[in-house]
Design a protein around this ligand. Structure first.
Ligand code: ATP
Ligand code: MG
Length: 446
């Protein structure tokens, strides 16, 4: 993409309404524009990252054997009356009437809708286990929308639902989700810690929240710092292997890690002093096992091989896709702007032309631009007639992990400069070497 043709409305000044870094930087980097409280338009740069995160979530869910689908944002109130949550959900639910005076609502979550689909189409144990998910906009009329996309009213969420014949099979689904979520966050360059939590209005017994540590997080968390050393990495995973998933679950849930709702002082006090930590955290996901809560109230049962009819065991699992963008920025920025992890960066590298209009510099930039694209990667080429300082400030603000700077002085010696956004380190090298480095960074197999 050529910056001269892109739509990147960066702001020079810090917007007064933004209290935290991620909100400020998303506005300044031209990623979002508020349309009303807690509701945003996703401008091209923000939308690009949203799509990248969505794709990572899809890839990891499909890898775990979960099936994508799409349910609507607007739902009929009738299903929620069956489960008893129409009244129980309270004012966070946006209630709407259609022209026939029917009660509708903008879905805050989808347990009722999916249970209805299930009971209409599945009746036998032979169709289980089954996990369906979608990534769709949600609406919760939050009392205090704030921090930009972190606590929006309209937000983008992956929600998945497992249907299993018994508790044992449902617990495998629970563990599988934990593993797939850990992998998802790691690919986004994030450390998200699963913490034992409280189930709230979703209901149920077992639940873990995934928290990214950040001073600006809304949750208070307590943990054994040993958990920070754990990594899924690229170990071979077999999601059908119950023992392997259970072992990873155990590995990640043995060190103490709790939100304030489930915190136990006595247990916490037993952790050695230097590993006993408390801080703030951002909730980026949650998994639940809630047994037969919805299947019993809504009549979702299956016939077992013995002929007996039993309600299915269910769980639900959510990832806050739009909130994740804020969480990544909170975890990865400096005074000059965002620092995107390579796994989610909107463009793979930036190209800065130091002397737009100089035939030799322009030609070198064009060649580089085509060269990066030929690698199957996306460069953002700043081809505007701006001063170098302004170009650097924009690149730093939008946070592409690698910047290639091209100017007449370097070209005389046959070199350009490759700069890491994270470390600020620069290296001069011939164009071919820069291309080889970029190729290697994004695709270490080549
Ligand atoms: P919170 O406690 O932050 O209000 P929640 O526990 O009510 O969130 P869940 O029902 O667990 O939310 O939804 C799954 C995920 O969706 C959350 O882990 C979070 O990442 C995201 N999410 C929830 N509410 C919002 C919101 N208002 N804005 C952005 N993301 C949200
Ligand atoms: Mg939650």
């Amino acid at each position: 993409m050529r910056l001269s043709r892109y739509f990147l409305p960066v702001l020079k000044e810090n917007p007064a309404e933004a209290q935290i870094a991620s909100h400020r930087l998303m506005l300044r980097a031209g990623m979002i524009k508020q349309s009303s409280a807690g509701i945003y338009s996703w401008l091209p740069m923000g939308f690009k990252i949203l799509r990248k995160l969505e794709n990572i979530v899809h890839e990891e869910q499909v890898r775990a054997g979960h099936i994508p689908m799409l349910m609507p944002t607007l739902q009929s109130a009738d299903l929620w009356r069956e489960s008893g949550r129409y009244e129980a959900y309270g004012q966070e639910m946006l209630r709407i009437k259609d022209r026939q005076d029917r009660d509708m609502l903008y879905g805050p979550t989808n347990e009722e809708l999916i249970t209805d689909i299930f009971r209409n189409h599945v009746g036998s144990y032979k169709d289980l286990p089954l996990t369906l998910y979608h990534i769709q906009w949600k609406f919760r009329d939050e009392i205090r929308p704030r921090f930009g996309v972190m606590r929006g009213r309209e937000f983008f969420m992956k929600d998945g639902y497992n249907f299993d014949i018994d508790r044992c099979s449902a617990m495998h689904a629970y563990n599988r989700h934990l593993v797939s979520y850990l992998r998802t966050y790691e690919r986004m360059g994030l450390k998200a810690i699963p913490m034992r939590a409280d189930s709230g209005p979703i209901g149920g017994e077992d639940t873990h929240e995934f928290l990214v540590l950040a001073d600006t997080g809304e949750s208070e968390v307590f943990y054994d710092s040993a958990i920070l050393d754990l990594k899924i990495g690229d170990r071979a995973l077999d999601y059908d292997n119950q023992d392997q998933c259970a072992a990873i679950f155990k590995e990640w849930t043995t060190p103490y890690a709790r939100t304030d709702e489930t915190h136990e002082h006595e247990v916490f006090a037993q952790i050695p002093d230097e590993r006993r930590k408390s801080s703030r955290g951002i909730e980026v996901g949650q998994i639940f096992y809630f047994g037969t809560k919805y299947s019993e109230s809504m009549g979702a049962d299956v016939v077992k091989d013995t002929g007996e009819r039993v309600p299915v065991h269910m769980g639900s699992h959510g990832i806050g896709v739009s909130r994740l963008i804020g969480a990544i920025i909170e975890a990865s920025h400096d005074d000059n702007g965002i620092i995107w992890p390579e796994g989610v960066t909107p463009f793979h590298c930036g190209i800065v032309n130091l002397k737009q209009g100089d035939p030799e510099t322009d030609a070198a930039c064009e060649a580089l631009y085509l060269g990066v694209m030929a690698l199957g990667l996306e460069p953002l080429y700043d081809d505007r007639s701006e001063r170098a300082g302004g170009k650097f400030a924009t690149m730093d603000l939008i946070g592409l992990p690698w910047r290639i700077t091209v100017g007449p002085r370097g070209l005389k010696n046959g070199v350009i400069e490759l700069t890491s956004r994270r470390t600020g380190d620069s290296e001069e090298m011939p164009v071919e070497n820069a291309l080889a480095r970029i190729a290697q960074i994004y695709n270490p197999c080549t």
